[in-house]
Design a protein around this ligand. Structure first.
Ligand code: ADP
Length: 172
């Protein structure tokens, strides 16, 4: 089974095989963790994203899906871009958020990645309530069938770290 660890910090600095980006469908970079990854990783990541849009993803990366690029100057070897769902208080989109995690692990398996770091997908600009985002993240990863050995959740602030700590305790 995959080993899950939690860490507070900046995902761009983490030395794992692959880090996951909470991207947007256009793969053009943006704010939050997406902006941080492109800023720290350099032009190579954006060039790879543009190339994907020109070839296999003309309509963009669908919500709940994942695709890999180079990690440019980052210490990680790959960036796995996922698009989490925007939170909707009426429509239950949790299957799409689960899918973002499991699809990222599927792409990690294709890459032969043994260690993967995730941010709190959809828990920032996309507005997902933090405790629920943490629960869905942790249970999706623990329930996934994958060859990835270590998943590290890298949480940017104390509040998010606390929510993931509680979710992991509840799930273990
Ligand atoms: P989304 O649009 O999927 O909600 P955001 O980037 O807005 O994505 O937020 C997702 C999470 O990533 C938030 O908890 C935010 O605080 C966090 N975050 C922002 N920058 C970083 C970073 N450098 N490393 C790790 N997490 C980050």
């Amino acid at each position: 089974m995959v080993q899950v660890t939690l860490k507070r910090g900046d995902i761009t600095r983490v030395e794992v095989d692959a880090i996951v980006n909470a991207a947007n469908s256009g793969l053009r970079g943006g704010g939050g963790v997406d902006g941080a990854i492109h800023a720290a990783g350099g032009r190579e990541i954006l060039d790879a994203c543009v190339q994907l849009r020109r070839t296999v993803l003309p309509g963009g990366l669908p919500t709940g899906q994942a695709v890999a690029t180079t990690a440019g100057r980052l210490p990680a070897r790959h960036v796995i871009h996922v698009v989490g769902p925007v939170y909707d208080p009426v429509e239950d989109r949790s299957a799409l958020l689960r899918s973002a995690y499991t699809e990222a692990l599927r792409v990690a398996d294709d890459l032969g990645a043994a260690s993967v770091a995730f941010p709190a997908v959809s828990a920032g600009a996309y507005g997902w309530p933090l405790d629920d985002a943490a629960r869905l993240a942790v249970t999706s990863v623990l329930g996934a069938t994958t060859a990835v050995r270590e998943v590290r959740f890298v949480l940017f602030d104390e509040r998010t770290h606390r929510a993931f700590t509680a979710a992991l305790a509840a799930a273990s």
